[in-house]
Design a protein. Structure first.
Length: 392
């Protein structure tokens, strides 16, 4: 994430000097609407709506696209739990799909999981690594499904010349502390579909009926308050200018760090769905033991150990609990939804054998070159773990 510093402080100072902290207070001249307009221009998408978190961005996108009780939504088994929570929040149920070696939803597996009740696909661009959107969109078209991209971890990243989040019917970003740009918390819904944007406006702001409704194409409905404050808008406006420079730094570091794995035995860079534009780096090992050992290096993390992103730890989902028994979407589903760990052995196996390599955008190149030689050395001096004899 880019640093926060003088430009964020200056923008915040201006908001405080005006004394108007509501996002609507300055009309189109406020930081929040300007942030939305600039982001839309930069990504080449018709509508951007800032909201107060990435989770709420996903929930708003699903609700605005018309997902609800009785619907099934396909989500990957490797993601942050919010991806699976979002369908539940609109009364639908998440159905888990294995990831492939690229760490994103496997399009073949995806198609196998479709039932007559499937309504939407929620692919996730994890770790700045893009999904196979061509294949996913083709599946969606064949079956008449909606696609809502969870691009919470990948704002700004390109897939074959288009920015992620703008390819499906709607997309969601997060601006929490860990994301490519941040305001501590925050999110955004983006779409090219006017009706989805109109419904998102209503859904995210109970006061929308007094605001001259841009969303007047449909009778007014109301949900919850997910508005951002102008303080968030100000920080995001300043952060946005740092996004493309950040992505350029990541891309340069990706090219440089990739050399550490050239010619290495027993491991390779994970397959990538748009290798020329890669800005997130993961490495796939033949053996879980090798991945575990490599994960000890500075700036490297074995994915199975980031356990918050692994479905086996999502107790609230696996136990199908809800805040109130009569508001539990699983009882509105058209069939029994089951989460059997053994159905997702493939995902777990890939996560055990994969390490993420931090690209250190905040460090100067010489530091990263040093890190590369340390990693290269670790790979060449390692004693390869014995391969299992029998087919696993
Ligand atoms: C961060 C994240 C979210 C949710 O974002 P919040 O802003 O924390 O609510 C959703 N999905 C993925 C994949 C994320 O990484």
């Amino acid at each position: 994430m880019p640093r926060v510093g003088f430009s964020e402080a200056a923008a915040l100072g201006r908001v405080i000097a005006r004394g108007q902290l509501l996002r609507y207070a300055q009309g189109d001249k406020g930081y929040t609407p300007r942030f939305e307009a600039e982001l839309a221009k930069m990504l080449d998408v018709r509508h951007v709506l800032a909201v107060n978190s990435g989770t709420n961005a996903l929930i708003t996108a699903l609700a605005a696209a018309g997902v609800g009780p009785g619907d099934e939504v396909l989500v990957p088994a490797y993601t942050w739990v919010s991806t699976a929570i979002a369908p539940l929040a609109v009364g639908a149920v998440p159905v888990l799909v294995n990831v492939d070696e690229s760490l994103t939803m496997d399009p073949i597996e995806l198609e196998r999981q479709i039932t007559p009740y499937t309504k939407a696909i929620l692919p996730v661009h994890m770790l700045n690594v893009v999904c196979d959107m061509d294949a996913i969109m083709a599946v969606a078209r064949r079956h008449g499904l909606l696609v809502v991209e969870d691009a919470c971890q990948a704002i700004g990243v390109s897939y074959k010349g288009r920015r992620v989040g703008t390819i499906g019917d709607a997309g969601a970003f997060s601006f929490n502390h860990y994301k490519n740009i941040t305001a501590g918390e925050g999110g955004a819904v983006l779409t090219n579909v006017d009706r989805i944007h109109g419904r998102a406006l209503m859904f995210h702001d109970p006061g929308n009926f007094i605001r001259g409704l841009e969303a007047s194409t449909e009778p007014y409905f109301s949900h919850s308050n997910m508005r951002v404050s102008e303080l968030t808008g100000a920080v995001l406006y300043a952060q946005l200018k740092k996004l493309d420079p950040l992505l350029r730094r990541l891309k340069r570091r990706h090219a440089m760090m990739a050399e550490a794995f050239e010619g290495a035995s027993g491991c390779r860079l994970s397959p990538h769905n748009d290798p020329e534009n890669a800005v997130g780096m993961t490495v796939l090992f033949d053996s879980a033991g090798d991945a575990e050992a490599f994960g000890q290096n500075r700036g490297v993390e074995r994915l199975i150990e980031t356990d918050r992103h692994v479905f086996t730890n999502w107790d609230a989902i696996l136990s199908k609990r809800s805040f109130h028994p009569r508001m539990n979407p699983y009882q509105w589903a058209n069939r029994e939804i089951e989460y059997r760990i053994e159905d997702y052995d493939r995902t777990l196996d890939i996560l055990r054998r994969t390490c993420r390599v931090a690209l250190g955008a905040q460090f100067p190149m010489p530091v990263m070159r040093m890190r590369r030689s340390v990693l290269k050395n670790a790979l060449s001096t390692r004693v390869p773990a014995p391969r299992p004899l029998a087919a696993e």
